[in-house]
Ligand binder design. Structure first.
Ligand code: SF4
Length: 567
């Protein structure tokens, strides 16, 4: 890459600048160990042998940074082939690096690999769903999970099948490159992008372009820590963008401001709800065609300056805590050949309140006569025959497109109004419902101890049991979000739930049983709030009646118009 080239303000296509070879100023890619045993990578070294990684002496690197330093994770395919040939799970440095291919050794929970894909903005095609079903059936545990990054995970993959799974994924037009370890994770976006009558801007091409930029830019691997990016087009459905390291939000700017009236983007930084923090607006206004350049520059600032000595302080949040967001913005600006417009968020027409559970049921699209159908996938689990059934409906009544959502559900878009009833009937035959059930529609769960060693409880099974119990016990009349997460990593984002739970082991008599600590009052976007812990270490058997009591009390005592978050 030529580091002297700059990203041009005139470029109107999102990716044109990158694919035409236009780079950004002042970034020295770390090249690692040379064949003669010397090192490159320190921007000040001029290529001389300096044992540092972006300024951190090699001897100070944390364990995972050393793994990356010794060998690039993207060069581990041969290692994976060797493990597959031996039908053996990798450990230590090899395992860390093989996560660059989206494969995780999840023992002891399961003596197998878990595969995490990349599906930009959650949008996939029916033939890809069929392919995933085949992989789930032939080489994994006979099921797939939709995740909270609008993505698919397969589990129980024996090492001998790992390479077959990776190769097949590419054959069906998907990838898992960089889906694990310290890399840029699946790009999320508004699931209704391009079909939402309420949206300000269609962010689907942006998410796709960002996805391909990552796949084709070697420097964007081996960050100090994992990194999440989301694009929100300002429509009806939340993509929980404010939980990401970088969130781009479409806004409108009216007359009388420092810029021409029109659609722009705001940038929010350092969301990490497991650490009880939402992404915060950093005060800049950019054009749609600048989003990718800004994202790339921000990633590069993070690569160069993030902490590589302490994993607990390596996420973007900690760099920004240290610097303040304005220094981060200034350092980003130095890498671009245009200056940011600074503007108060209140001078922009920000998105309208999101419509809860609008990921379920039938909704008219911005294209006349077409609709999207939101399908409820209980805790995101799909069996191969269900995946094939959904693919068939998408092909027969839509265009074959299927959109996974961050709410662990999916949409089938482009269904003609006259086909809706039949399509729903066929979805029901597959075993899924489409109704926006106020309790089941917002029930989210991470993998739990069934497949993840960090969990203290079987979150997915418990969530289904809790949902069924609450359905019988409570007549909820407005959509509520319940998030059950297995540990502090918060994959199910319990702090943004109206009711959030984190699993714990609870001592009952001489026994350690599954239980949860319960937080209440979380929300995203216009309802943004970090839920607060109200109950600690409750055995799961007691969680069910307790949550029912909390919901009933809300229904009985709320003031007119008072939401659960406000209660
Ligand atoms: Fe595993 Fe914890 Fe993530 Fe649940 S939240 S999937 S237990 S790491």
């Amino acid at each position: 890459m030529n580091n002297n080239q700059t990203f041009s303000l005139e470029q109107k296509e999102y990716l044109a600048g990158f694919f035409a070879g236009a780079g950004q100023r002042g970034f020295t890619p770390f090249l690692g160990k040379l064949s003669d045993g010397s090192y490159t990578g320190d921007a000040s070294s001029g290529g001389a042998a300096v044992e540092t990684v972006y300024g951190t002496p090699v001897e100070d690197l944390c364990k995972e940074e050393r793994f990356k330093f010794e060998k690039d994770g993207l060069d581990s395919y041969e290692d994976l082939c060797r493990y597959a040939a031996e039908d053996k799970l990798p450990e230590g440095a090899d395992m860390f690096r093989i996560k660059y291919y989206g494969l995780f050794n999840v023992s002891p929970a399961q003596e197998a690999f878990m595969l995490r894909c990349r599906i930009a903005g959650g949008i996939m095609q029916a033939h890809q769903m069929d392919g995933m079903a085949e992989m789930a059936e032939d080489w994994a545990g006979g099921y797939a999970h939709v995740t909270t990054r609008a993505n698919f995970q397969l589990r129980e993959i024996q090492p001998r099948n790992a390479v077959k799974v990776l190769d097949k994924l590419v054959d069906i037009g998907l990838t898992s490159r960089g889906a694990g370890a310290d890399n840029l994770r699946n790009i999320t976006a508004s699931a209704t992008a391009g079909i939402d009558p309420d949206e300000i801007f269609n962010v689907q091409p942006l998410a796709k372009a960002m996805h391909h930029l990552i796949l084709n830019t070697r420097e964007f691997y081996g960050l100090p820590r994992k990194f999440n990016i989301s694009f929100d087009g300002g429509g009806r459905m939340s993509a929980c963008a404010d939980t990401n390291d970088i969130a781009f939000y479409a806004v409108r700017v009216g007359e009388g401001q420092a810029v021409d009236p029109g659609v722009y983007f705001r940038v929010q930084l350092a969301g990490i709800t497991g650490h009880k923090q939402f992404a915060k607006d950093c005060g800049i206004l950019i054009k749609a065609e600048q989003c990718l350049a800004v994202a790339a520059a921000m990633i590069r600032v993070f690569i160069e300056n993030g902490d590589r000595t302490n994993r607990k302080k390596a996420r973007l949040k900690y760099l920004i805590d240290d610097w303040g967001d304005q220094k981060f913005v200034e350092e980003t600006e130095k890498k671009l050949d245009f200056n940011f417009v600074r503007m108060d968020l209140k001078d922009c027409d920000y998105k309208r309140p999101v419509r809860r559970h609008s990921h379920l049921g039938v909704h008219p699209q911005s294209q006349e006569g077409l609709n999207y159908i939101g399908v409820r996938i209980p805790v995101g689990k799909m069996l191969p025959e269900q995946m094939r059934g959904i693919a068939k409906v998408a092909r027969r009544y839509g265009t074959g497109e299927i959109r996974l959502t961050v709410w662990q559900n999916l949409l089938i878009p482009h269904v003609r109004s006259e086909d809706i009833d039949t399509a729903i009937e066929e979805i029901k035959q597959v075993g899924f419902d489409c109704d926006a059930d106020p309790i089941l529609g917002g029930l989210i769960a991470c993998t739990g101890n069934f497949g993840c060693k960090y969990a203290s409880a079987d979150t997915k099974s418990n969530a289904v049991e809790l949902g069924d119990y609450l359905k019988k016990e409570v007549e909820m009349d407005l959509p509520i979000n319940i998030h059950m997460t297995g540990c502090q990593h918060s994959c199910a984002q319990h702090y943004i739930g109206d009711i959030g739970m984190q699993s714990v082991k609870v001592k009952v008599g001489d026994e350690n049983v599954e239980g949860y600590s319960i937080v209440l009052g979380g929300g995203v976007e216009n309802e943004q709030a970090i839920a607060k812990e109200v109950f600690k270490s409750v055995p799961f058997t007691e969680v069910k009646p307790l949550v029912a009591t909390i919901m009933k009390r809300y229904l009985a005592e709320r003031k007119e118009g008072e939401t659960f978050v406000q209660f």
